[in-house]
Design a protein around this ligand. Structure first.
Ligand code: MEV
Length: 318
């Protein structure tokens, strides 16, 4: 058994992620590009003591969301604790885990992976163990399977890696970017449904294999070319690829009216590109802008069009 941390208390921190290109197509082994959203962080604190398992997260507080969403979040947090304890081979008499901070759940920002990652880190550290990248990934995936069935693994890396990543076939690599693009994430305020969206794409592919494969192949090519755009700083080209990726996602049936409204509003206000991000069927969209002035006008336009929140991706907090 591992030593416990000296004072029996330890913490873990993760952040939200935004997929700039390649969601859904990534499930079929194609590449995707994701950026960390450092302004949306979660901190888990694990403390040995008491009796049994006591998990408190911001998600346990009453909100406007549906009961089943809250129940799933509770289940995810508890699964993260028990899977980590099992992995460590320890059985404490009591452990308390609290999660503070907020990543809006079920919005395509990786909240379930972020909760699992922060809890796994904190619980391992309370036993004096620093999880390796692979160990943490496997633990987050074990929790993500409860949330999403067959997660690609993108969220598990993107919510813990400090910089943008290129993810393909279960492998995440740091992505070289010439300069941090100005990205804005806007929340429709409507709960998304990643597992249902993934199922819909799978069913559509079963019924229209060649048409869907053509769309997935095109999304894969867009992500590959966007990697080049980011490396060379060609943001106009990147924006066009985001627009096309959004059209593909709409054709795959995972967009929703509130997403379309925010995507159109941001483009009309001068965004270089805009698309839904994450699983879709609600949740968030991401817009690319080229200046501080455009950031201001695009944010205002999205809020006026009904966005509940707008977060800048590029402003990192210390
Ligand atoms: C979820 O953030 C992104 C999807 O591609 C699902 C996955 O990668 O597991 C829709």
């Amino acid at each position: 058994m591992q030593e416990t941390s000296t004072n029996g208390v330890a913490t873990g921190t993760t952040h939200a992620k935004v997929i700039v290109l390649g969601e859904h197509s990534v499930v079929y082994g194609n590449p995707a590009i994701a950026f960390p959203v450092h302004s949306l962080q979660l901190h888990a604190e694990a403390r040995l003591g008491g009796t049994g398992l006591n998990v408190v997260t911001p998600f346990h507080e009453p909100r406007e969301e549906r009961e089943e969403t809250l129940a799933l979040e509770r289940q995810l947090s508890e699964t993260a604790v028990t899977n980590t304890l099992e992995f460590l081979g320890v059985r404490p008499t009591g452990i308390e885990v609290s999660v503070t901070g907020m990543i809006p759940p079920a919005r395509g920002l990786g909240s379930s992976a972020a909760v699992a990652g922060a809890i796994a880190q904190a619980v391992a550290r309370v036993y004096g163990r620093e999880l390796t990248r692979d160990e943490r990934f496997e633990l987050v995936q074990s929790v993500e399977r409860v949330a999403h069935g067959t997660p690609s693994g993108l969220d598990a890396y993107a919510t813990t890696e400090q910089g943008p990543i290129w993810f393909e076939r279960g492998v995440a690599k740091p992505l070289r970017v010439l300069s941090q693009p100005r990205l804005l994430v806007a929340d429709t305020g409507i709960v998304g449904h990643t597992s249902e969206a993934v199922r819909r794409v799978r069913e559509l592919r079963e019924s229209s294999r060649s048409a869907v494969d053509a769309l997935l192949d095109e999304a894969a090519q867009l992500a590959a070319d966007a990697g080049h755009d980011l490396a060379t700083g060609d943001l106009v080209a990147l924006g066009l690829k985001m627009n096309r990726n959004h059209a593909i996602l709409s054709e795959l049936g995972v967009s929703a009216d509130p997403l379309e409204t925010l995507v159109s509003a941001s483009r009309q206000a001068g965004a270089l590109g805009a698309k839904l991000t994450g699983g879709g069927l609600g949740g968030c969209m991401v817009a690319l802008v080229d200046s501080e002035a455009a950031e201001q006008s695009v944010s205002e336009a999205m809020l006026a069009a009904g966005a509940k929140h707008v977060w800048p991706v590029h402003k990192e907090i210390a």
